[in-house]
Design a protein around this ligand. Sequence first.
Ligand SMILES: Cc1cc2nc3c(=O)[nH]c(=O)nc-3n(C[C@H](O)[C@H](O)[C@H](O)COP(=O)(O)O)c2cc1C
Length: 162
Amino acid sequence: MELFDTINSRFSNRKFLDKQIKDEDLKKILKAGMQAPIGRGKYDDMHITVIQNKDLLNKIGSLIDRNVFYNAPTLVIISARDDGHGLDKENSACVAMNMLLAATALGLGNIYLNLVIGLIKENKDVLDKLNLPEGFIPIVGVGLGYADGSHIVEHSIDVDYV
Ligand SMILES: Cc1cc2nc3c(=O)[nH]c(=O)nc-3n(C[C@H](O)[C@H](O)[C@H](O)COP(=O)(O)O)c2cc1C
């Protein structure tokens, strides 16, 4: 898909089909995440966890009586180690954004997830299962799967030319 078509057709998908994405698509999405810009080039301070295990997804889904990842069959957790420069959130968002656009280009539903991160961090059992390397903290979630429908909305942000 042409880049601007991809940007304009991305939307936060909150209804996924019960069908796993292809490994080859997942690899492309992960690679797109890895190609993101990272402050000071500290790619070693970033970590990606892919959750496709249904038991673990169900466990995360059962932590709260609210749908925080919309039963996405693939949940990617982007974690970072803060080296004191406070760029962990920005870096993780860059990685996530590349993944969202890559997924869109591949015709897959996707969503940037923040709420699920708080839940995971609060639940030691789930956090332990992520098996993150020492010092890494989950920052952003990305839900991936086949979208059941579409709802592209055009947004705008005020611009001043000064
Ligand atoms: C930092 C950030 C956190 C977000 N967290 C969530 C979330 O936890 N749950 C959710 O359903 N959507 C979440 N979203 C998606 C936004 O609600 C969504 O991008 C926005 O409403 C615009 O809609 P669109 O993505 O469909 O264009 C998040 C987006 C961003 C950028």
